[in-house]
Design a protein around this ligand. Structure first.
Ligand SMILES: C[S@@+](CC[C@H](N)C(=O)[O-])C[C@H]1O[C@@H](n2cnc3c(N)ncnc32)[C@H](O)[C@@H]1O
Length: 268
């Protein structure tokens, strides 16, 4: 029995992509092995795939031969399509009777503006389905052998964006929670945010790590402390996309990897 048959036998079949519908799907962090089977079903059935810059080419290579690929992200300094343009495009493609796969890096509803797109589709009465994806915050931690939670170490994980409209964001309540922080889109502001976290009371010796391009051939991992992380990332030329994790869970990496580096990996 194939994986598809097994899936179909356990629920009402593999989902069928109807013309005029939009599937808002997560492409995961990079490694195509982290796609959901429903996202793969979308790739194979879609007429048009509207994708973002962070969608890995290995994922796009799984598109069916009938699919037309449309890029909707930022590239090469050219002005990117606005969010309103993208939402309008999705509505127009669906109204023209296409099966539209809107493919976004990670999970579409985690710092991915999938919420806005879903709202625009709902407002336009376009039928849509949301397919979650493995978000970079979790995939990067797994790639770096850092458990997101461990009994006795932490009982919550805080996902936060390191850039946004509110540059004077108050980090104090997050620091007071005493739980690890997993930061997205933080590389350009890392020095300022690390300083803000220390000013809010977080110890500069708190373990911190940067995981760049997790689950791709360019994956790189840096382990340091909150005080040093920004300078170390700069010295070692770490580039986005990257996740920064700050908290005691970072120290668990050493215990998992040990001296042998015995964590199995084949995607990078
Ligand atoms: C606009 S957000 C999109 C997040 C996405 N929706 C998700 O759930 O992962 C882009 C940020 O996600 C993170 N990111 C995405 N892919 C990544 C990867 N392969 N490795 C590390 N960080 C990644 C980076 O922080 C990047 O700046």
């Amino acid at each position: 029995m194939t994986a598809w048959d097994a899936l179909a036998a356990r629920r009402a079949g593999v989902p069928v992509f109807a013309p005029g519908h939009v599937w808002l799907a997560g492409a995961g962090p990079g490694d195509p092995g982290l796609l959901t089977l429903d996202a793969l079903a979308g790739l194979q059935q879609a007429d048009v795939i509207v994708y973002d810059a962070l969608v890995d080419p290995r994922v796009l290579a799984l598109a069916g031969p009938q699919a037309r690929l449309e890029f909707a992200g930022k590239r090469g300094g050219k002005p990117s399509a606005t969010q309103a343009d993208i939402s309008e495009r999705l509505v127009a493609l669906a109204r023209a009777g296409h099966r539209v796969l809107r493919l976004k890096g990670g999970d579409p509803f985690v710092f991915g503006r999938g919420g806005e797109e879903a709202m625009a589709l709902a407002a336009a009465d376009v039928p849509f389905r949301v397919i979650p994806g493995v978000t970079a915050g979790l995939a990067a931690l797994a790639a770096a052998a850092i458990p997101a939670t461990l009994r006795g170490v932490n009982r919550a994980v805080i996902f936060a964006a390191g850039h946004g409209a509110d540059e004077d964001f108050d980090w104090t309540p997050l620091v007071k929670a005493g739980q690890p922080l997993v930061l997205y889109m933080v590389m350009h502001n890392l020095e300022r945010i690390a300083a803000a976290l220390m000013a809010a009371g977080l110890d500069g010796d708190t373990p911190a790590a940067v995981i760049a391009s997790a689950t791709t051939p360019k994956e790189r991992i840096l382990v340091s402390t909150l005080r040093r992380i920004s300078a170390a990332a700069r010295e070692q030329k770490f580039e986005p996309p990257a996740i920064v994790v700050i908290g005691a869970i970072v120290d668990l990496r050493e215990r998992l990897i040990g001296e042998t580096g015995a964590v199995e990996k084949d995607s990078v």
